[in-house]
Ligand binder design. Structure first.
Ligand code: MOS
Length: 729
């Protein structure tokens, strides 16, 4: 089904099942340990060996030789996969090679895997591998490299005349902001079980049971690196314990499991051990951002410049931290660009809300500073600079944009000072605690991606949904079931959703907060087809038919929906595809973030007292799972603002704090009650679902709101995240 015009009325609008706060269908499975995660799928293939990966001990250089003898002779060992026996394996989605070849591109790059009967045997044997390296010097210090980092190709956005407007702006703010490298630190490590078999035509076929956000991408990627056809690969990933972008792309676990299983002729299972993940996989790039804001005395922005620099391996990409700066505020003159330094640290890549998450941490602190310079309420500053069209292309309106409502409703609900006067920084004290309030806008794009599904109406009337969509802890199972139930006039319990298998129709997958809107729209499309087939089957005119309460109704007549499958199941497959509606309308999501903090006057520790987000994200398909997404993102934002920081050893080139003891993320005690409000809204241009992404919105802006509150409490402006207590001194 092609979607290219505003949706108009459709069966989803009834909102009998969609829009209800159902508990997650997979919740009981997960909380009782019955949801099979990749590493636990003991039943999928007989005789699984345990693999243990050895990572490179140097960051850059070459392996001169590797002595495997002791490892191979160790108890229980069935084989060793060596990087020296394979060519470098890299798909288009990867920057660094995942395995193969003597060349080392980053610390903890996989160089070998031992396979043994037990995990302990494999781990012990891996310690017996002796590697002789030729180490080379690398580039590990972003601060040192940034001044000479060139602009990346094709990232510049410029219109009007920034330089002239800046020169004549009556009010100016200019500052430099930094964000550190961050780790996804999802609960479930990357893991894969791989097994090969011969198909009827005599070709080798590999199945990986793995933990992955994007099934089609990774089927393609694995076929590519193994040099086989896509139809020789199956990827299965029905449950994930989090991803946050770390599982968008193929990783070493899948590659070495496949190679190992082939080598020994037996299934192999591999998990990336936690201390390996931080350097072996990807992370969010550290950024150095400079922002210049010029305004009239009344606060109207006249000049915006934002330049962000990050480092990456040769061939790696930018962290798009200026993305929101193109769209968030009106200004006739604007310049944004991204610079990229070649480095030899591990690969930087997408982490939840890539671009906007660190970009908003800088931009929305800069706006707070400009408001103070103007002696203006920071809410008002944002309101008066609102735009209803894409400022880079004024002929293109936003599909829906309710940032002002988010800010105003948020201010009222939070109790933001009437008339907008900020309390004086450092002026409010409660015993030994300095208290303060802060706010920021939230912004994240809404992306349209094609997505397909198959629906089966079973004899007896149950409905089964099949799509390779993943549920990374987000609630995909539930909202897809709600969508199918709404479309077919069934109760939620009558729908069964099966996900994550590359044998199912290809979905949009889980990434970039595009999963919910697009994958439900794919199920919508399949159900439109099934409705036609069912109506036809029972002799009703498909143009004039209603599906409700388990019945198909037309005129005054009604038959049970199950009648349509009385003599065999009805199967419909279709998907949603988009024309240029995403180009004709700029599609984004918006929020207002409000935070109160207390900072200890003696120790400098920060405590978040309360958090409020008011969100504008189209139709909310399930208020409970949507709220969970937003509070999870707000929690991640608290981590980014206050503690998360991968420390770089600039001599040897690796992330030092590479486990969950050294890399701090928020725990329950760090997080207060979080309130989330969704504006009552539909977006007719996003899809037939009229929904938008919400999974990353809650992260974009919240870190700056916390930082602004800390400034308001202390009067000390810290522009280098995370705002740890030492930075107040
Ligand atoms: Mo997200 S970084 O696209 O999983």
């Amino acid at each position: 089904m092609k979607f290219d015009n505003p949706a108009g009325k459709n069966p989803i609008d009834r909102m009998k099942v969609v829009g209800k706060a159902y508990n997650r269908i997979d919740g009981p499975l997960k909380t009782t340990g019955q949801a099979p995660y990749a590493y636990e799928r003991h039943d999928v293939a007989e005789g699984q060996l345990y693999g243990y990966i050895l990572g490179s001990a140097i960051a850059k250089g070459r392996i001169k030789s590797m002595d495997l003898t002791d490892a191979q002779n160790a108890p229980g060992v069935k084989g060793v996969v060596s990087t020296l026996d394979h060519d470098p394996m890299k798909s288009n989605f990867n920057t660094a090679s995942l395995f193969g070849g003597p060349q080392i591109q980053h610390y903890h790059q996989a160089i070998a895997m031992v396979m043994a009967e037990t995990f302990e045997q494999a781990r012990a044997a891996a310690a017996l591998i002796r590697v002789d390296y030729a180490r080379e010097d690398g580039r590990f210090d972003l601060e040192a490299l940034a001044p000479s980092a060139p602009p990346a190709d094709g990232k510049e956005v410029s219109y009007g005349d920034f330089d002239a407007a800046w020169a004549s702006a009556p009010v100016k703010h200019e500052a430099r902001y930094t964000t550190p490298a961050e780790s996804h630190s999802m609960m479930e490590p990357h893991a894969t079980i791989a097994a090969w078999k011969k198909t009827d035509d005599g070709r080798d076929h590999v199945t990986i049971w793995t933990s992955n956000q994007m099934i089609q991408w990774n089927k393609m990627a694995l076929a590519g690196v193994l040099g086989i056809e896509q139809d020789q690969v199956r990827v299965d990933s029905p449950f994930l314990g989090g991803g946050f972008g770390s599982k968008l792309f193929l990783r070493a676990d899948a590659v070495v499991a496949a190679l190992g299983a082939k080598q020994v002729g037996q299934p192999v299972k591999v998990m990336l051990q936690r201390p390996l993940i931080f350097n072996n996989t990807t992370h969010r790039a550290a950024t150095i951002q400079s922002i210049s804001l010029g305004a009239e005395k009344d606060g109207k922005l006249t000049a915006i410049r934002h330049i962000s620099t990050n480092g990456n391996l040769p061939g790696g990409d930018t962290e798009g931290s200026t993305a929101q700066t193109q769209f968030l505020y009106a200004s006739p003159n604007r310049y944004t660009n991204l610079h990229l330094a070649e480095m030899d640290l591990p690969e930087a890549n997408a982490m939840r809300a890539p671009g906007e998450a660190p970009g908003m941490m800088a931009l929305e602190m800069a706006m707070d500073e400009l408001a103070e310079t103007l002696d203006m309420c920071p809410v008002k500053l944002r309101v008066i600079n609102d735009t209803q069209v894409d400022p880079t292309k004024p002929s293109r309106p936003f599909s829906e944009r309710h940032l002002v409502e988010c800010l105003q409703q948020g201010a009222a609900k939070f109790g933001w000072p009437e008339g907008g006067k900020y309390p004086k920084p450092g002026g409010k004290r409660d015993g030994e605690w300095l208290t303060g309030i802060g706010m920021a806008a939230g912004f994240r794009d809404n992306l349209l991606m094609k997505s397909a599904a198959r629906v089966r109406l079973k004899p007896g009337g149950r409905l089964v949904v099949e799509t390779d969509m993943t549920d990374i802890g987000t609630g995909s199972y539930t909202i897809l079931a709600q969508t199918a139930a709404e479309m077919m006039g069934l109760p939620l319990e009558a729908v069964e959703v099966t996900l994550g298998d590359s044998d199912f129709p290809a979905s949009a997958g889980s990434g970039g907060q595009w999963g919910a809107n697009n994958s439900t729209a794919g199920v919508y499309a399949a159900c439109v087809k099934l409705r036609e087939m069912a109506a036809d089957k029972v002799g009703f005119n498909a143009a004039d038919v209603d599906f409700d309460e388990g019945e198909i109704r037309s005129g005054g007549n009604a038959v049970a929906l199950s009648d349509a499958a009385a003599d065999g199941e009805l199967v419909a497959e279709d998907g949603i595809e988009y024309g240029d509606i995403g180009e004709r309308y700029k599609q984004s999501t918006f929020a207002g973030h409000f935070v109160e903090v207390a900072v200890n006057a003696y120790t400098g520790e920060s405590r978040i007292k309360r958090m409020l987000a008011v969100c504008s994200a189209g139709r909310i398909l399930n208020p409970k799972s949507a709220r969970s997404q937003v509070i999870g993102a707000m929690t991640m934002g608290a981590g980014a603002a206050l503690m998360e920081d991968m420390a770089v050893d600039t001599r040897f080139g690796f992330f030092v704090n590479h486990d969950l003891a050294g890399y701090e993320v928020p725990v329950h005690l760090d997080i207060p009650h979080q309130e989330v409000v969704f504006l009552d809204e539909v977006d007719e241009k996003s899809s037939p679902m009229k929904a938008k992404g919400v999974g990353e919105l809650g992260l974009c802006g919240v870190g700056a709101a916390i930082a602004n509150a800390i400034y308001n409490a202390t009067g000390v402006r810290v522009r280098d995240y995370p705002i740890t207590l030492d930075k107040h001194l």
